[in-house]
Design a protein around this ligand. Structure first.
Ligand SMILES: Nc1ncnc2c1ncn2[C@@H]1O[C@H](COP(=O)(O)OP(=O)(O)OP(=O)(O)O)[C@@H](O)[C@H]1O
Ligand SMILES: [Mg+2]
Length: 239
């Protein structure tokens, strides 16, 4: 049964009174502190804020990688707080693409094999998965590195492979944590164009970034501090 969390219009991502605490007593950290969020389908949302303000924690809660201390989360109208690990794993596999701050590629697989893996695990036909993986590598400027192992790639190239991998399954939601943290201007531009392509395809994007250029392609910018939103700005899209 699909339903939104309250009477409002259904959004792709919804959170209500979302809270994540770590530790207790003197060491209590309110990483995410009573946050409400609605991200409509197809929105490109950037989250910005100082180190330690809770950006990564929020992203992981929204993607079902961490459990909230309290509060409710729905993805496409399905409650994920309290969902079983098994169902959560399937939902992530089929509907969510993650780009992590620390990107883990499989060392023994080539770039293209790393990218197509998620699609293969989700049951896509091998030829289609390969074609899309090569296309995505081309989009991030790595067409000529498809057959390289991660150990044969630079840090920024590995990061771009990880971005391509997150998109291989055509997920409805892409959650990206500092995707351009290690990239130079040219590679950042490739990633920017890729993200613009996501919007054209109607995919929902939540990206944590310090990079003003990435934030500039977002429809909306949320500023965070101490686990809470301090600003929520809808910006005109200039393409
Ligand atoms: N597993 C954990 N145990 C205890 N505290 C944690 C844990 N994970 C995160 N925290 C704390 O929660 C707060 C938010 O952390 P988070 O990683 O979400 O910050 P961030 O905004 O992503 O920072 P950065 O920009 O440095 O990546 C920090 O104070 C951090 O120390
Ligand atoms: Mg972080």
């Amino acid at each position: 049964m699909r339903a939104n969390l309250d009477g409002t219009e259904m959004s792709h991502i919804q959170a209500r009174q979302l809270t994540k605490r770590f530790g207790e007593g003197d060491s209590l950290v309110r990483a995410v502190d009573d946050v409400d969020l609605d991200v409509p389908a197809g929105q490109a949302l950037a989250i910005m804020g100082p180190s330690g303000c809770g950006k990564s924690t929020l992203l992981q809660l929204l993607g079902g990688l961490q459990r909230p201390t309290s509060g409710r989360i729905a993805l496409a109208g399905r409650r994920i707080d309290g969902m079983s690990e098994r169902r959560l794993a399937r939902l992530r596999r089929d509907g969510v693409g993650f780009v992590f701050q620390s990107f883990h590629l499989m060392d023994e697989l080539t770039a293209v094999e790393n990218v197509e893996l998620a699609a293969l695990l989700a049951g896509q036909a091998p030829r289609r998965a390969r074609r899309r993986a090569l296309h995505l590598l081309d989009r991030v400027g790595l067409a000529d590195r498809a057959a390289h192992l991660p150990s044969e790639l630079s840090g920024g190239q590995r990061q771009r492979v990880a971005i391509a991998r997150a998109l291989s399954n055509e997920p409805a939601v892409v959650l990206a944590d500092e995707p351009t943290g290690n990239l130079d201007s040219a590679a950042t531009l490739d990633v920017l164009r890729l993200f613009e392509g996501l919007r054209t395809a109607g995919q929902t994007l939540v990206v944590v970034t310090h990079d003003a250029r990435i934030a500039a392609v977002a429809d909306r910018i949320i500023s965070m501090r101490d686990g809470a939103f301090t600003d929520d700005q809808h910006v005109a899209v200039h393409t």
